[in-house]
Design a protein around this ligand. Structure first.
Ligand code: ZN
Length: 336
């Protein structure tokens, strides 16, 4: 395979986002423009082989057969811990994967170089190179969805950490001995503001205040069916209990962001993820919390929403694949 610098035309780069509930694949050009996106829902009971087959099928559906024979490189972002050298998924709680050789399997299926990255790292690269973080040398990207994750660009470099799991700010302790988390710790930021945690807190509050909670329970169908989305929808319609839950969530989120800004000293902070779509506009409040509560020298941060939305991880994974290809290093299956 010839590095594209020697070919002189744009190589075909495919970006893939492997998430908890769906797989998305698309071609991404050198300007970060996404084309022919294919989205496949996955079933929650799918094992690794079914998910791998879904990924291969989604990539094939995105390409013509002629294109499939000439892929320049494939970049995958996945919700899990990725071994940098090999592209093995060490652990993914969302997919219930352990030690799955994703990079090798996709490379074998398409006979093309493959880069695998954590999905939050990939999303951060997407926003940094093509989105709301373009041109920044010191950027923090915070994703608030079902879980909470982060990624940092410091002095113009994406940080990866000793074992490629840099940025798990969702698991910084906010309340010592606090709510149990999905990780081994208690009191994590995610255990208060993640989508799953909002749902859990809502069910507990409802059980304590059955009368006030009646509209919320009616909306969900039963206490067990209350989700983060039920709460944020009820919030928008003025439900008092939902208001309490959402305001508490924003308080915890602001407390978490103050710690992140003090620790990483970014010039710009981007916030994205599915939870934000349900919450009121949190950006001005977060900007104000930073101004009032951060170390003064660190407090001059621009807070913005991510610009690429759902496509950030696809765009970023494709960018990492493109960089790998242009470096001439086409052997590896791992992360950047
Ligand atoms: Zn945790």
């Amino acid at each position: 395979l010839v590095p594209f610098t020697a070919v002189g035309r744009d190589p075909l780069i495919v970006g893939v986002d492997v998430g908890a509930s769906k797989v998305s694949a698309a071609t991404v050009d050198a300007r970060g423009v996404v084309e022919n996106e294919t989205v496949r829902r996955r079933q929650s009971g799918d094992g690794p082989e079914e998910v791998l087959a879904t990924i291969v099928e989604a990539v094939r559906s995105t390409l013509t057969s002629q294109e499939a024979a000439g892929i320049g490189a494939i970049g995958l972002g996945i919700a899990g811990q990725v071994e940098a050298e090999t592209g093995v998924i060490r652990y993914s709680p969302n997919l219930r994967w352990e030690n799955i050789p994703l990079g090798d399997r996709i490379r074998t299926a398409f006979r093309a170089p493959v880069v695998v990255a954590n999905d939050v790292h990939a999303a951060a690269v997407g926003e940094w190179r093509y989105g709301a973080g373009m041109g920044e040398r010191d950027l923090f990207v915070l994703i608030v969805g079902t879980g909470v994750g982060g990624a940092a660009v410091v002095d113009g470099h994406l940080l990866t950490g000793a074992t490629n799991t840099f940025g798990e700010v969702g698991h910084v302790t906010l309340v010592a001995g606090g709510r149990p988390c999905h990780c081994p710790n208690r009191g994590c930021l995610e255990a208060y503001v993640g989508g799953w945690a909002l749902a859990e807190r809502a069910r507990e509050l409802v059980a304590r205040e059955l009368e006030a909670a009646e509209p919320l329970v009616r909306r969900a169908g039963s206490i067990d069916q209350i989700t983060g989305q039920t709460v944020t929808q009820a919030y928008r319609e003025g439900d008092p209990l939902a208001r309490r839950l959402v305001h508490e969530t924003i308080d915890y989120l602001e407390a978490g962001v103050v710690g992140i800004v003090n620790t990483f000293n970014p010039h710009r902070l981007l916030i994205g993820g599915g939870m934000l779509q349900g919450l009121p506009d949190v950006i001005p409040g977060i900007q104000e919390a930073i101004r009032r509560r951060c170390q003064p020298a660190a407090a001059n941060v621009e807070v913005r929403r991510g610009r690429l939305g759902d496509q950030a991880a696809i765009v970023g994974a494709a960018r990492l694949a493109r960089e790998r290809l242009s470096s001439g290093d086409t052997r590896g299956a791992g992360s950047p």
